[in-house]
Write a protein that binds this ligand. Sequence first.
Ligand SMILES: Nc1ncnc2c1ncn2[C@@H]1O[C@H](COP(=O)(O)OP(=O)(O)O)[C@@H](O)[C@H]1O
Ligand SMILES: [Mg+2]
Length: 159
Amino acid sequence: MADENGTTIRIESRGPDDTRKIGKAIGRRLMGGEVILLKGTLGAGKTTLVQGIARGLDIEGPVQSPSFVLERIHRGRLELRHLDLYRLTGAETMDAGLLSDMGEDDVTVIEWAERAEGLVQADLEVRIEKTSEEEGRSIFIEARNPAWQSLLVEVQSTC
Ligand SMILES: Nc1ncnc2c1ncn2[C@@H]1O[C@H](COP(=O)(O)OP(=O)(O)O)[C@@H](O)[C@H]1O
Ligand SMILES: [Mg+2]
């Protein structure tokens, strides 16, 4: 479902595998240099989505939440920088330098991006909401970069 600007799609997930599939569809389309913001409550499925993004980048190892270490880096066809800002304030995030060093060959995915509001320019913003079904999630994906509008249509058609 597109909003009136055609920049946000919504996909219903019926379980973790659906969410990983959506992540993989995004990951396959990444070209390097992208920043992806992930929002949603604890247990919404942010890390699960990142597991799919990693598969789409040909990363094979396990992807766990970096909520204690703040940052994990995985190497695939691009480098995946996986950040989790849960424990930080916006000021601490800046002090930690986590939002610098974003290179052309890496992709930065930020869990708890609410903490970095206004601090970073993003290509995609993903919001995951629980539904009344135990494993149901509504996943809203907004293209903050116009180049992603058509890619999101592709993502939606494969998920
Ligand atoms: N549709 C779904 N999508 C993602 N995770 C789901 C879904 N349904 C149930 N889950 C479960 O919810 C939990 C999500 O955890 P996680 O991805 O770590 O969330 P977050 O990073 O947002 O805190 C996992 O235990 C996962 O198996
Ligand atoms: Mg997480």
